[in-house]
Every structure is written in C-alpha cells, then in structure tokens.
Ligand binder design. Structure first.
Ligand code: AMP
Ligand code: MG
Length: 328
C-alpha cells in the first residue's frame, strides 16, 4: 500500500485523499472544473450580497503580532503554531482575523467583510475528518452595535437566497455533480439550540446527531475564546455556530466582548497572554473598542457542502490536507 512514508510525508496513507490538480486524471479534473464554476458563482454571489448591504470589503492580513488564540475552543486541535521573525519582531501567520475585525469595525468600518486566509496546522489525524484543511479561507465579517439575532437573520437570508439562486443558475453543474436533487431550498428562520441542552440530551456525540437534521440550524451558548460575549451572571455565552444538514459546522460567530475588565479577567482565566493582545486591551481601556457582532464562514466548507464533495481537499485546487504536504 502506498503510504506517505514512501513519499517522505508523515505516516498517513494518502490513498483516497484528494490529489492536487496536476496529479489528477482528466475525469477528476473535469469534476474539479465544475466545482470551480460553482465556486466562482458562490464567491461572486456572496461578495455582491455583502457589498449591496453596505459592508466595506477589506483585503486580508497574513502576518501579525496578534491573532486568534484558538483557545479554549472545544473544536480546536492545533499541532503547531507558526511564528517567525521579521525586522526583529516576532509575528504569527493568521489563525483568523478576529482581532483585526474587532478593531477595524470599532474604529473605522461599522460593517466590514474580508476573505481571510487562515493557517491552522491541524493535528494530522484530521486528514480523514474530510472537513479540515491546514490552509483555508474565512468569509469573515463584523457589524458594529449588532445583536446575535441580527447576524443570524442576515446569514439565514443570504444562505437561503444563495441556494435558491444556485438551483436556478447552476442547475446543469449541480445535476452533473449529482447534487441538484438533494440541495433543498430552505426558509428562515432556522431553529436555535442551546449547546448545554444538547450535551445533556445526546452526550459528547451531539454534533453527529444534529447534523443529520434536514434543515440548517444554530447552536448557541458555546464556551470558547475570550472575545465571545459571556454573561457572567447567567453563564450564557452569546455566540453561535451554523450547522448545515448532512454536513456539520460551517460558521462560528458571536456578539463580542468590548469591556477592558471582562477581557482581562477572561484572558487570565484562560491562561491567554495579555501581552499578545496588548493593543486590543489598550483600545478597550481607552473606550475605543465598541460592541460588535459577527461571524466567519468557512468558504471551502460551504462550497464542499454545496457541491457534495466527500473531502474538503476536493474543492481546493491545491489541497492542504493535515499531515500531507504536496509540492504546490
Ligand atoms: P472558527 O471560528 O474557528 O470556528 O472558524 C470559522 C469557520 O472556519 C468554521 O466554522 C469553519 O467553517 C471554518 N474552519 C475552521 N477550521 C477549519 C479548517 N481546519 N479547515 C477548513 N475550514 C475550517
Ligand atoms: Mg467554530
């Protein structure tokens, strides 16, 4: 059996994992070409929607002293963090643009979005999860003074309209991909479930259970990173994940913390270095950080679900599969 050891990679059998375009047979390239057309449609649709709704389109950042700690998050599984030195300063590759979004939204752009490349060196056993890549893109957006409900309603409208338009304009492509029949149209609002209640009813495997639903749904109240809003009195986390039918999580978002005291208290509790977030804390202390809410949509995951690909690497021209490093 061909293993990655043969290829000096990392002890993962690469059979059945998506190959890069330049190694795929023509039949597979033909399928990828159709997925590419759907991708183009989705990117144009989403960008148009955000621009129409008055969002400013920011270009992304790749290096930064301050980035997402990805901790604590029940879903995180990071093998390694990429830091390097430039001009005598240590910078990280971006795990997400959360810090940049919160600051830009507070100071200059009350409605913003960006397509942000994220580097997350996921544990290599996630190669076969089918939904993890070590490089991917988030459609990341943030709105000043918005509530969680505002964000959820906006996302519901966008997703429902996207499916409706895809079925109208990409019928041929979806038929060829065998996805036209199954990609059902939905109407807002989507149901909202509390994570604690799901955990109680279904145990640790709750996500496997709820993704079998035939409608998209929201999960709220997820204990995670310091920047998601937590009500210290009730213990409720005002955040949300969107779960797509037959698939799983495609979006995470929240109303954000903006008050200095709460931010510091949560960082200390979580063991997150205050030094790594010195600027965010300084702005919060000066009252320059504003209440915002937003979310990040995993672009490759959304497309994977739309086209019905088994592995996220199939929708990446140059797959970035945990543990597998191709030439390109
Ligand atoms: P997060 O805030 O960490 O949940 O990331 C936002 C969104 O990015 C998630 O809801 C996923 O859709 C997507 N995402 C997160 N990690 C990965 C990954 N390793 N590969 C592909 N997409 C991811
Ligand atoms: Mg998440």
């Amino acid at each position: 059996m061909e293993t990655v050891e043969d290829l000096a990679l990392h002890k993962l059998p690469i059979r059945n994992l998506p190959r890069p375009l330049y190694e795929a047979p023509e039949s597979e390239v033909a399928v990828r070409r159709i997925m590419g057309r759907v991708t183009t449609y989705v990117l144009k649709f989403l960008s148009d929607k955000y621009v129409e709704q008055g969002f400013e389109w920011l270009l992304p950042v790749v290096f930064s002293k301050s980035t997402d700690p990805l901790w604590p998050d029940p879903g995180a599984s990071i093998e390694k963090r990429i830091r390097c030195e430039i001009y005598g300063e240590v910078v990280n590759t971006m795990t997400s643009m959360i810090v940049h979004k919160m600051i830009a939204c507070s100071i200059a752009f009350p409605k913003l979005f960006t397509y942000s490349p994220n580097i997350r060196i996921e544990k290599r056993e996630r190669a076969y999860s089918g939904v993890h890549a070590y490089e991917f893109t988030q459609l990341d957006f943030e709105v000043r003074d918005a509530s969680s409900k505002d964000i959820r309603s906006f996302v519901e409208k966008v997703i429902c309209e996207l499916i409706r338009c895809l079925r109208r304009d990409m019928r041929e492509e979806l038929l060829k991909l065998g996805r036209y029949e199954d990609l059902a149209e939905f109407e807002p609002p989507f149901e909202v479930y509390d994570r604690a209640a799901l955990l109680k009813s279904y145990g640790d495997q709750w996500e496997d259970k709820i993704k079998l639903s035939n409608r998209p749904l929201w999960i709220t109240n997820i204990p995670r990173e310091f920047y998601d809003f937590e009500d210290f009195e009730s213990g409720f986390w005002d955040n949300y994940d969107l779960i797509l039918p037959g698939y799983g999580e495609v979006l995470s978002g929240a109303r954000r913390e903006w008050e200095y005291d709460k931010l510091v208290r949560k960082m200390r509790r979580d063991g997150v270095s205050e030094r790594d977030y010195a600027l965010l804390l300084k702005l919060a202390k000066e009252g320059k950080l504003k209440p915002t809410a937003g979310a990040g949509i995993g672009v490759e995951r959304l497309i994977q679900w739309i086209v019905g690909a088994k592995h996220i690497g199939e929708v990446q021209p140059f797959p970035k599969i945990p543990g597998v490093v191709y030439d390109l």
